[in-house]
Design a protein around this ligand. Structure first.
Ligand code: G6P
Length: 608
């Protein structure tokens, strides 16, 4: 987690660093700090708490003079959030300042070695080891010191390093943690993510592992760890600045929910040409698809919930067995992957540590990897055989909405594409499915237009202590996401249960007034779920039913009903999830929670 930004140019660095960090706060927000070079020395300001605290302390950065600096926003791993544990960390003499995102796995042995050599540590972080190592290895050439440091540390890192001997350059490197280089006019940047520098430039370099970048005002050079210069291709990002701004919304989450129709359109439209799904992005041939023995879907959090939908959809449409697993389990499960198995990896950020490790584990077992990723050029995208990008644009709110929706859309495209290649669809069914997929953006927009209805329901239930979400098959998959949305931002205890499984234990928790959100959208299982609704009602539950416009019976059994438009049953999760996202949002809002930055969480989880 953690966000990094670095600047060198003609302008005062600190305000630019602070501004960049505001765009990275989704990566961690328990403390922050900046270091600036000025007049032969490095000046550091740090503060526990949100970025505003640091901003106030430095008068929006104005108190720190200098045109070169590095900044950091932290999600604590080693050592509690505190001023002293915040980055940047200084070496003992104050010659080096370091910001770090990642984990140094051998920091204990390095700390011991450095302590034996007389280095004194003031923080509990793994990062301070790096600052001292720079000093230990430094013999007058910062590049040599950098190479020695990266050869010595194990783990993951994105590092920005200032040295007071170098008034007109700073240096950076990354391995298994993200970092991009931004190329401006007379100014250059590093950042964990393009959103931090979008205001200044859209021209960037993606760095590979252990490529070392030297940034000066008028240019950037990249070297490998043999000190040989590397020529890189410039990449121009087409996101505009407003994509990473709140644009009048109170929260990014609401903005991103409202952006779902556009994000879906951007993801779906380019892949449908002349009434056919065209997946130019992937190299899987019809022969390859016919030979697939089994599909493994691996992901974390909401992306895992997309995988659960994927299992139902792909099995139903393609009759290929699908196993879906959370990445943190998969990676240590010694997975059984056979010849012709396909592994689908799903990740918004493309950098989730467990997902990336699971991908590598699958690769070691010889699997072919198809990933569904939002961040272009991210580690997961780079490590995959094939990538299908979700064109959701930057997602800032910790609770994902538009990324989830676009991942789901890609699953539908893949399933329909494969089903057609496998001869599982008549031409009529194929055309109909495509038409329905194309209609999803408008149907999502229609649900969003009626958001006040969900707000009203939230006003009735925001004081609940516990909420259950139930459904069968696809509705169960969406229940998981609805429950997660609610609990992560409103802090209300919530569980998702397969409706038919409730009676095997969990129903004992239902008492007078317990809210049960019951999803019953499909035709075949509607009556079955209605039976489960009756069971919980008989035990005192209040039921909010979610169903399609095709079902008029829900009103007779549920206390409150939310209706979504109809579509092909396989595609219903794309619609069902929207009122659940809204419900979580409004409940959290009524409770006065910090919706975009819920406690203890970070959006990009780059630790195990
Ligand atoms: C975090 C986020 C979730 C996300 C999960 C996986 O927990 O809060 O919203 O689903 O990570 O992230 P990824 O970037 O791999 O999709």
């Amino acid at each position: 987690m953690c966000g990094i930004v670095g600047y060198i140019g003609k302008q005062q660095a600190a305000p630019i660093l602070l501004e960049g960090l505001t765009k990275l706060e989704y990566r961690g927000y328990d403390s922050a700090g900046i270091a600036v070079y000025h007049d032969g020395a490095l000046e550091v300001a740090k503060a526990k708490g949100r970025l505003e605290v640091l901003s106030e302390k430095t008068d929006g950065g104005k108190k720190l003079v200098g045109t070169m600096g590095i900044g950091h926003t932290r999600w604590a791993t080693h050592g509690e959030p505190s001023d002293v544990n915040s980055h940047p960390h200084l070496s003992m003499s104050g010659r080096f300042a370091v910001v770090h995102n990642g984990i140094i796995e051998n920091y204990i042995s390095l700390k011991k070695k450095l302590t034996d050599k007389g280095f004194e540590f003031i923080s509990e972080t793994d990062t301070e080891v790096i600052a001292h190592l720079f000093e230990y290895y430094y013999k007058g050439d910062i590049m040599d010191a950098m190479i020695k440091v990266i050869n010595r540390v194990e783990g993951s890192y994105a590092l920005g390093v200032l040295c007071s001997d170098y008034p007109d350059q700073f240096i950076a490197v990354r391995k298994a943690s993200p970092m991009i280089v931004g190329l401006g006019e007379g100014e250059n940047f590093i950042a964990s993510d393009v959103t931090a520098i979008l205001k200044y430039t859209r021209d960037i370099y993606y760095l590979e592992d252990n490529e070392i970048v030297v940034l000066k005002k008028d240019g950037v050079q990249i070297f490998n760890s043999d000190k040989e210069e590397i020529k890189k291709e410039k990449f121009t990002v087409d996101w505009d600045v407003s994509a990473a701004e709140k644009g009048g919304y109170e929260h990014f989450m609401m903005k991103e929910m409202e952006e779902q129709p556009k994000a879906l359109r951007d993801t779906i439209s380019p892949r449908i040409k002349d009434g056919k799904i065209v997946l130019d992005d992937i190299s899987l041939t019809t022969e390859d698809i016919k030979n697939i023995n089994k599909i493994h879907i691996v992901a974390c959090g909401s992306a895992y919930h997309v995988g659960v939908v994927g299992k139902y959809v792909i099995e139903k449409m393609c009759r290929i067995p699908v196993e879906v697993q959370v990445a943190s389990e998969f990676r240590y499960s010694d997975p059984i992957i056979k010849k012709n198995d396909l592994v689908i990896v799903i990740s918004q950020s493309g950098e989730t540590a467990d997902t990336l490790a699971a991908l590598k584990e699958a690769k070691n077992h010889g699997a072919r990897i198809l990933s569904i990723v939002n961040v272009v050029g991210s580690a997961i995208a780079n490590a995959s055989d094939d990538v299908i990008y979700t064109w959701a644009g930057p997602e800032i709110a910790v609770a994902t909405t538009k990324a989830y929706s676009t991942q789901l859309a890609v699953i539908y495209l893949i399933a329909t594409y494969m089903a057609e290649k496998l001869g599982m669809l008549t031409s009529g069914e194929y055309a109909n499915l495509i038409a329905e997929i194309e209609s999803l953006p408008d149907k999502v927009a229609k649900i969003l237009e009626a958001k006040e209805d969900v707000q009203y329901l939230a006003s009735k239930f925001y004081n609940c202590h516990s909420i259950f979400f139930i459904g069968r098959n696809l509705d169960y998959a969406v229940s998981m996401e609805g429950s997660l949305k609610l609990k992560e931002i409103s802090y209300i205890h919530s569980e998702a249960y397969a409706a038919g499984e409730l009676k095997h234990g969990t129903i004992s928790l239902i008492e007078d007034g317990t809210l049960v959100v019951a999803l019953a959208t499909g035709q075949d299982l509607f009556d079955k779920t209605v039976s489960n609704i009756k069971e919980v009602k008989a035990r005192g539950a209040v039921v909010m039913g979610v169903t399609t416009e095709a079902h008029s019976d829900m009103e007779t059994v549920a206390d409150y009903t939310v209706k979504i438009p109809t579509t092909n049953e396989m595609l219903l999760p794309s619609l069902t999830v929207v009122p659940l996202q809204l419900f979580g949002y409004y409940v959290a809002s009524l409770k006065g929670c910090d919706i975009d930055k819920p406690r203890n969480l970070a959006k990009s989880v780059t630790v195990e």
